[in-house]
Design a protein around this ligand. Structure first.
Ligand code: KDG
Ligand code: MG
Length: 405
């Protein structure tokens, strides 16, 4: 079976997605997600201009060889644009292979290791009252694990809190030609967050798993202090407590706190984990199928992590399309060292374009039994939602210095 064509569609049913459609000479169609929030068109060009012509005529079954061909063959390895492009090709080829076998993808990855996939939801609010309402809403949806983000007095909207007045649902990318600018003050944050955890714990009890994302904003010693101050409220994890490039920072954090740590959503290769995993500096690997070279790339990372006791916790925000999420769910089903799956929840119009076979109920996912990934892409519906320029915010300290986001 040969690849006949590879086409890219960029659409925006509420937010932007880059989808690769690979068609074979036997009529099978596989799809892959190449969405890179705020840089979508760069990946679309990489695929259309440089990858699609190379794919035509290749053996559709040669998934590993195609991965190596695109990774080693380009000479320029790694990086978010390259690895998102490779991911889309890889996932589309796995989709085709599983459809050809007449099986859901997880069967080709080793079959079921569990009955269901536990997920965590997102709760947020400008203050503790709004946050509590949001936590309650997640509990009512069945979640037993919830990420809590809250506005910090004096800081204005910040990570996890919408900068669009009146919008309760948090969508990090705002439509427009430029990113919105937010303010960050670590001192106010560190003073406020322990009281938030204490209050949420006392309102919702010990059983609910609480997660929190620092989004790369603290220095190593600030992160260590945060971890220590939250220990009495036993968080499930703290995510991205320091900038992801400085992996030694987590040594400092580890020396001072036993709070579990998660990192990896901005990484795109197994090479990014060469220090973090062997030194056992993290407990959860947060990489996404879409950003780390697809099923082939992420499986390698997760197996490497498993040697060092790190569990999988695949990135699942709404800027990863249902195609990327479906691929994650097949890996979650088959991978032995699964931890938890993030589920930020796509909404209405997304499902006009993506018909999904997976299902979420009572806090857990099922990957679905459709052959392949189980997601169908409707090109006509996609055409009704054209691309809109949208960017993640930028973040500044009170004196105007640009800070990590
Ligand atoms: O594109 C960036 C978002 O996916 C990111 O801000 C979401 O940190 C995030 C998370 O944990 O889902
Ligand atoms: Mg995160």
């Amino acid at each position: 079976m040969r690849i006949q064509s590879a086409e890219v569609v960029v659409c925006s049913p509420g937010r932007n997605f880059v989808t690769l459609i690979v068609t074979t000479d036997e009529g099978l169609v596989g799809i892959g997600d190449a969405t890179l929030n705020g840089r979508e068109l760069a990946v679309a060009s990489y695929l259309t201009d440089h990858v699609a012509p190379l794919l035509e005529g290749r053996d559709a079954a040669a998934v590993e060889d195609t991965w190596q061909y695109l990774y080693r063959g380009a000479y320029w390895r790694r990086g978010p644009v390259t690895m998102a492009a490779i991911a889309a090709v890889d996932v589309a080829l796995w989709d085709i292979k599983a459809q050809a076998a007449g099986m859901p993808l997880y069967q080709l990855l080793g079959g079921r290791s569990r009955d269901s996939i536990r997920a965590y939801g997102h709760a947020h609010g400008r203050d503790i009252e709004e946050l509590s309402d949001s936590v309650q809403a997640r509990i009512e949806q069945g979640f037993g694990a919830v990420r809590i983000q809250v506005g910090i007095p004096g800081n204005g909207p910040g990570y996890g809190i919408s900068s669009v007045e009146g919008a309760h649902d948090y969508e990090p990318a705002s439509v427009g030609l430029r990113p919105v600018e937010e303010v960050w003050d670590a001192g106010s944050y560190l003073r406020h967050i322990p009281a938030v955890f204490e209050e949420v714990r006392s309102r919702f009890g010990a059983e609910l798993d609480l997660l929190h994302d620092v989004h790369h904003r603290l220095s190593p010693i600030e992160a260590a202090r945060l971890g220590r101050s939250l220990e009495p409220f036993h968080p499930f994890w703290l995510e991205d407590v320091t900038v992801a490039e400085n992996q030694r920072a987590l040594r400092t954090v580890r020396e001072h706190t036993v709070v579990p740590l998660a990192m990896g959503e901005t990484y795109n290769s197994i090479v990014d984990y060469l220090q973090l995993l062997p030194e056992q500096l993290i407990d959860y690997v947060r990489s996404a199928v879409t950003h780390s070279g697809g099923v082939t790339g992420l499986k390698r990372i997760l197996e490497f992590g498993a040697i060092y006791g790190a569990k999988s916790a695949t990135h699942g925000p709404t800027d990863i399309s249902p195609v990327g999420l479906a691929a994650a769910l097949h890996i979650d089903t088959a991978h032995h060292d699964f931890g938890i799956q993030e589920y930020m929840q796509h909404t209405g119009p997304v499902f006009d374009v993506f018909d999904v076979g997976y299902a979420f109920a009572d806090g857990v996912f099922q990957p679905g039994e459709r052959p392949g990934l189980g997601v169908r892409f409707d090109r006509e519906a996609a055409a009704r939602y054209p691309y809109r320029q949208a960017y993640l915010p930028v973040n500044r300290l009170r004196d105007g210095t640009l800070h990590d986001w």
